[in-house]
Design a protein around this ligand. Structure first.
Ligand SMILES: C=CC1=C(C)c2cc3[nH]c(cc4nc(cc5[nH]c(cc1n2)c(C)c5CCC(=O)O)C(CCC(=O)O)=C4C)c(C)c3C=C
Ligand SMILES: [Fe+2]
Length: 426
C-alpha cells in the first residue's frame, strides 16, 4: 500500500484526523493485532444486548474522523468499507436562504454523527450501539446550484461542465445535481443512518436527484494493510499522489491563500470532486487470461507490481522491451497512459467505491466503480487524462461511463461554523 493517508486501514495507521476514542487490546500493537482482538470483542458485544455487560467498542467502531478542520473529511480519509453518494436538487421556490439553512442543518448533523453522537431529535436508532466507525460526510456544490441561489458571480470557472467524451453513455437523470453528499463509514448501518439523516434534513428545501451505494474491502480483512482491489480483481490506487509529497496540496486542494485562476476565495482549502459511475463489462473481462488482463493495466494482478518487475511501489520501466523487441508494458496499457508524466503533469487523488446493483435478466452484472477523484482543478486533473483514455486505452473496451458529476467541495468548517459559509454569507 503506497498511499497511507487515503488507502491504509485506519486501525493500522491512525492518520491525522482520526482518533481512537475507546481502544481495547494493547496500545501500540499492530493494526492486524488490534483488528483481531477488536473483532472478537465486537462479536461478544453484539451477541449480548444486556446494558449491564458493557464492553469497549472494537477499534473499527471507535475510529473517529474529525468534522472540523482545514479540509473537509472524506478526501484523504482512508477508504471506508461502505459508501453512499447522493445528489439533491433544490426544491422549486428554494433559494439562497433555504440552502444556507440546509447547509447549517447538514453540518450540525455531520458533526454529531461523525463524533458518534445520536441526532438531537428523532434519532432512528439505526446506528445505536455502534461507534462512529470512521464515518465521514462531505458536501459539494454542483454547477446548477449557483443559478438557483443567485450566486452566479461566485461560481468557479473550474465548475464549467466537463467536455463530452466520445465513449460516454451518460444517464442525465443520474448525473450532476445542485448539491452532492459523499458518505463513508466502516459499518453499513452507520453509513445508512447518516444517509437517512442527511436526506431527512432536507425537509422541503431539496429533493433527491440520484443516489448510489458503494463498497470497499473491510479493514482487517487482509493479513496486512494493502491497497484495495476493485471488482476486476486489480490492485487499484497504487500510484495515487501521497499527502507526504511536497506537491500534494497543490495538486489536490485550492490554495489556502485565497483565489486561484479557476477558483474564487470562498473555495480556499477546497477541492473538486469528479464522480463517474463506471460500469465494468465483467463478462468480457473475465474471459481474458491473467496475462492479457495484466497487459491491459501494465501491472501484475497478484501484487500490483509493474510488468517490468519489482514490487508494487517500484517505478515502471516504460522503455523496457522483451526478447522480441516489444514493450513489456504495452503502449496502450491503462497505467502507462494515465500517468501524470504522459499528461502534462495532470494528477488526481482517486478514492472510489465499487458498486454492485444486481444482475439483469440475462445474468449480466450491473457492477463497477463509483470513480471519485479529487483535484485542485479538473482541467489539470481528470479532464486531460480522460481525454487520453477516451481515445482508446486498453481498458476502455471493458468499461462504460454511465453517469457523471463535478462538484466544488469547499474547505472544512470551523468550529461553530458550517460547510459553505464563506460562499453563502460572503
Ligand atoms: C480519468 C481518470 C481515470 C479513470 C476514469 C480511470 C478508470 C479506471 N481505472 C481502473 C484501474 C486502474 N487504474 C490504475 C491507475 C490509474 N488510473 C488513473 C486514472 C483513471 N482511471 C490514474 C491517474 C492512474 C495512475 C497512473 C500512474 O500514475 O501510474 C491502476 C493501476 C494501479 C494504480 O496506480 O492505481 C488500475 C488497476 C479501473 C478499473 C477504472 C474504471 C473502471
Ligand atoms: Fe485507472
Amino acid at each position: 500500500m503506497a498511499d497511507t493517508q487515503s488507502r491504509t486501514e485506519p486501525s493500522a495507521q491512525a492518520p491525522s484526523g482520526i482518533s481512537r476514542r475507546r481502544l481495547i487490546g494493547t496500545a501500540g500493537a499492530t493494526g492486524v493485532a488490534l483488528g483481531a482482538v477488536g473483532a472478537g470483542a465486537g462479536y461478544a458485544v453484539a451477541s449480548s444486548n444486556s446494558p449491564e455487560q458493557h464492553a469497549a467498542l472494537t477499534t473499527l467502531g471507535a475510529d473517529t474522523v474529525m468534522f472540523h478542520g482545514k479540509h473537509q473529511p472524506g478526501i484523504t480519509t482512508p477508504m471506508q468499507a461502505r459508501g453512499h453518494l447522493i445528489a439533491f436538487d433544490l426544491a422549486a421556490g428554494a433559494g439562497r436562504k433555504e440552502a444556507t439553512a440546509l447547509l447549517r442543518r447538514w453540518s450540525a448533523t455531520a458533526e454529531r454523527l461523525m463524533a458518534g453522537e445520536p441526532l438531537s431529535s428523532d434519532d432512528t436508532d439505526v446506528a445505536r450501539d455502534a461507534g462512529p466507525s470512521s464515518l465521514t460526510i462531505t458536501f459539494g456544490f454542483g454547477h446548477s446550484f449557483f443559478s438557483r441561489t443567485g450566486l452566479e458571480k461566485q461560481r468557479p470557472s473550474a465548475l464549467d461542465p466537463l467536455p463530452d467524451f466520445f465513449s460516454d453513455h451518460l444517464d442525465k437523470a443520474r448525473s450532476n445535481g445542485d448539491l452532492w453528499v459523499q458518505i463513508g463509514a466502516n459499518d453499513s448501518l452507520v453509513a445508512f443512518h447518516a444517509l437517512r439523516a442527511i436526506q431527512k434534513d432536507t425537509g422541503a428545501a431539496a429533493k433527491v436527484r440520484w443516489q448510489m451505494n458503494g463498497l470497499n474491502r473491510s479493514p482487517g480483512a487482509t493479513s496486512h494493510p494493502m491497497t484495495a482491489r476493485n471488482l476486476m480483481g486489480q490492485i487499484d490506487g497504487t500510484n495515487n499522489p501521497k499527502p507526504s509529497e511536497s506537491d500534494f496540496d497543490k495538486r489536490i486542494y485550492v490554495p489556502a491563500s485565497g483565489s486561484s485562476a479557476s477558483s474564487p476565495a470562498w473555495m480556499a482549502n477546497g477541492s473538486y470532486a469528479v464522480v463517474r459511475r463506471i460500469r465494468m463489462l465483467l463478462d468480457d473481462w473475465e474471459k481474458l487470461s491473467s496475462k492479457a488482463q495484466e497487459d491491459v493495466i501494465g501491472r501484475k494482478k497478484s501484487t500490483g507490481a509493474p510488468l517490468t518487475g519489482g514490487k508494487e511501489t517500484t517505478e515502471p520501466d516504460l522503455e523496457k522491451t522483451d526478447a522480441n523487441g516489444d514493450l513489456v508494458i504495452p503502449i496502450n496499457a491503462h497505467a502507462r497512459i494515465s500517468r501524470p508524466d504522459q499528461n502534462g503533469g495532470a494528477a488526481m487523488l482517486r478514492r472510489p467505491f465499487s458498486f454492485h446493483d444486481g444482475f439483469d435478466q440475462d445474468g449480466v452484472p450491473d457492477a463497477g466503480l463509483l470513480f471519485v477523484c479529487w483535484q485542485a482543478d479538473p482541467l489539470r486533473g481528470f479532464v486531460p487524462v480522460q481525454r487520453k483514455l477516451d481515445r482508446g486505452d486498453a481498458l476502455s473496451q471493458f468499461v462504460r461511463h454511465e453517469s457523471s458529476g463535478l462538484y466544488a467541495v469547499p474547505g472544512g468548517a470551523e468550529k461553530g461554523g458550517y460547510v459553505g459559509q464563506a460562499l453563502l454569507e460572503g
